[in-house]
Design a protein around this ligand. Structure first.
Ligand code: ACO
Ligand code: LMR
Length: 618
């Protein structure tokens, strides 16, 4: 908090930000770091929609800035903050600004919004004058006290701040209407003097909260400022107050001034330049007239804007030469960490990746499946079989193969409520659990006996063929090992009650595959096993796995690739994917019919407990 009349900001100034402006807040804190401040200049945020915390970087560490719903709460919690930077839109800037000025602790109010109605702007200024407060804006980027405090985005990026030596105070006081011109001027001043002490952009509206003249008079009173630079604009009479003060001898420091808009004279009528106030309605308000009046009153006015830098330099050098002040020492700012994402995008840093994917990329403009843009995939008529080809096998599969995959999904979608997966799903749904839990419960039953024998069947049959075993030798070997052949056997399907799904799969292969070497082998195995038991048929898992094996061989899958796919159990994914459709259906069905909690009927349970007297005591 500053107690000096002429000083709005110093190294202890802290601010409350109205509106959650994450970038502006971070830029202020990074500026604080560059100035070697010992504390952040932002102490609170007012966010009318949400109370809580706003996370920011303080150097390389993260800190939390409290967020309040009202300005009153923020000021009560942070009475030391005497600046409010109001980012409210033009619709609410008036209301929120008037409220802020009612807080005794707020001494300086910055209003960023453009488009605040003139009547409202005048009311804001009148209230500020009555309360002895300073308003900067509306329609401003703010201002900066070099080496001490920066308002929001003033000065631009940190690189520009450092280039303009704004991280430490020089001896020049600057004021203009335009934020853009201010940033440009800070660089001109840094190149031609020892830098800025304070710079203010009052905003381009016709009725600013504070005027060029008022800031000039603050600079006149500030002992740390040796010279003053003013950038005016055509339109209005503001600069004539400076002329009067010069004529009255109230400004003793060298004042370099330029009023922009001299080009207006060559244009047909008085036109509105960028700012609301930049329109000369009379000759007196023209840039030329103002420049001439300033020059006559003793201000240092260059012949054109292009000569401004030379005049600034001459003025500064003269002051130094006559011992008015010693140039400010150059200070190397401490390193301010760059945002990682920014540094990464600029190639300044790199990091090891944590995850590798070779199948999908969402980081660019369009999602890629195995390198194929999703829009092109759709244009080419791609369906779920094609997506599986790309995302599972990283291949553009031919239509007969994608159709085969889709046939598998259709045939495995469900097999009635009696099977393990459906049963668990139904019981879980009836226990009142959600979709994910019920489907997960069903999926957990998929394994070597139910639905999870697709890969195993392919692996076993391929192994037998690769080993050169006859089907009889293979069956005998499995028997000797006491191992069930994966893909053989079913609880209810049998030779007498064939599985239509298996028929459909075999029929499809017969019509579309060039050869089915592995299926033929499996069918010879089935002949042997069904001699032992009627239900030891080639089941749907086996048929799927073995025909996929035939298909991958036909499509030229490399041996290693094919064996890798089989060994990692990936082919079971087709049963899993297909059956998930049915499980979701069972869940929705149970919710639809609102069945209550399932309880196993007693008569369906065999109770076979030991007699208590048989229990061995330890
Ligand atoms: N290979 C060799 N012998 C078998 C096989 C098999 N796949 N399946 C059962 N048998 C034998 C058993 O060894 C047993 O012989 P035994 O009487 O001499 O002891 C006899 O047949 C009965 O065995 P059970 O396990 O009681 O038979 P069940 O009909 O209950 O088994 C099952 C059905 C679980 C599918 C079984 O055949 C099996 O484990 N198959 C291999 C795994 C598989 O393919 N699962 C997918 C099923 S289809 C699907 O889930 C969509
Ligand atoms: C299924 O697809 O769920 C079945 O083949 C298993 C079964 O027991 O019917």
């Amino acid at each position: 908090m500053s107690t000096k009349e002429y000083e709005l900001f110093n190294r202890d100034t802290t601010a409350i930000i109205f509106g959650l402006q994450a970038n502006a807040i971070q830029r202020m804190l990074d500026f604080d770091m560059a100035c070697n401040r010992d504390k952040p200049s932002v102490v609170a945020v007012v966010n009318e929609n949400k109370e809580g915390w706003h996370k920011v970087f303080w150097g390389e560490k993260e800190i939390l800035i409290p967020m309040y719903r009202t300005t009153r709460r923020a000021c009560e919690a942070h009475p030391e903050a005497d600046v409010m930077i109001n980012f409210a839109s033009f619709r609410s800037a008036y209301r929120t600004s008037m409220k802020a000025m009612e807080e005794d602790s707020i001494r300086t109010l910055v209003i960023i919004a453009e488009g605040v109605p003139e009547r409202r702007a005048r009311e804001i200024r009148n209230k500020a004058l009555t309360l002895g407060k300073t308003v900067i804006g509306p329609a401003t980027v703010g201002g900066i006290a070099a080496g001490a405090f920066k308002i929001a985005n003033t000065g631009g990026t940190l690189e520009n701040i450092l280039e303009a030596k704004l991280h430490r105070p020089g001896h020049v006081g600057f004021v203009s209407k335009s934020g853009g011109m201010s940033n440009e001027a800070y660089n001109i001043i840094a190149r031609n003097t020892d830098g800025l002490c304070e710079g203010i952009a009052i905003g381009g509206d016709s009725f600013p909260g504070s005027t060029l003249f008022e800031h000039v008079m603050r600079y006149e009173a500030n002992p740390n400022i040796g010279m003053i630079v003013v950038l005016g604009e055509l339109g209005g009479r503001e600069e004539y107050k400076i002329v009067d003060a010069l004529n009255d001898g109230k400004i003793s420091k060298p004042l370099v001034a330029w009023v922009t808009g001299t080009c207006a004279k060559i244009l047909p009528a008085s036109i509105q330049f960028g700012h609301a106030g930049a329109k000369a309605d009379s000759n007196e308000e023209s840039a030329d007239a103002k420049n001439e009046a300033l020059r006559k009153a003793g201000a240092l006015v260059p012949k054109s804007f292009d000569d401004l830098d030379v005049l600034i330099k001459e003025t500064y050098d003269k002051l130094v030469k006559t011992g008015k002040f010693k140039p400010a020492p150059e200070i190397t700012p401490p390193p301010v960490p760059n945002d990682f994402s920014k540094a990464l995008s600029e190639g300044l840093v790199r990091r090891k990746t944590e995850v590798v994917t070779t199948i999908t990329d969402d980081s660019g403009e369009e999602l890629l499946y195995a390198g194929v843009p999703i829009s092109r995939f759709i244009e080419e008529g791609g369906g779920i079989g094609g997506v599986i080809g790309l995302l599972w096998f990283k291949k553009k599969l031919p239509k007969y193969a994608t159709d085969f995959i889709e046939l598998i999904l259709v045939l495995t979608a469900d097999h009635g409520p009696a099977v393990s997966g459906a049963h668990n799903c139904i019981v879980t749904a009836r226990a009142g659990r959600d979709l994910m839990s019920a489907v997960a419960s069903g999926i957990l039953t998929i394994g070597p006996r139910f639905g999870g024998a697709v890969s195993g069947a392919a692996e076993m049959i391929k192994g037998a063929v690769d080993e050169g075993l006859s089907p009889a030798e293979f069956v005998a070997k499995m028997k000797a090992k006491g191992k069930n052949i994966q893909g053989i056997g079913h609880r209810v399907k049998s030779v007498r009650n064939p599985d239509k799904r298996v028929e459909l799969l075999k029929d499809y292969a017969a019509r579309h595959f060039n050869k089915t070497e592995y299926l033929n082998y499996a069918l010879e195995v089935e002949v042997i096993t069904t001699k032992k038991k009627d239900n030891l048929i080639l089941n749907v898992d086996g048929c799927i796995g073995i025909l996929l094996l035939d298909m991958m061989c036909e499509l030229g899958f490399e041996k290693e690739e094919l064996e890798e796919i089989i060994a990692n159990g990936g082919l079971n994914g087709l049963f899993l994917l297909g059956r998930t459709i049915g499980l979701i259906g069972h869940y929705m069905d149970q919710k639809r019919i609102k069945e209550g909690l399932y309880r196993q009927p007693w008569e369906s349970i065999l109770y076979s407990l030991p007699k208590e007297k048989e229990l061995e005591t330890a």
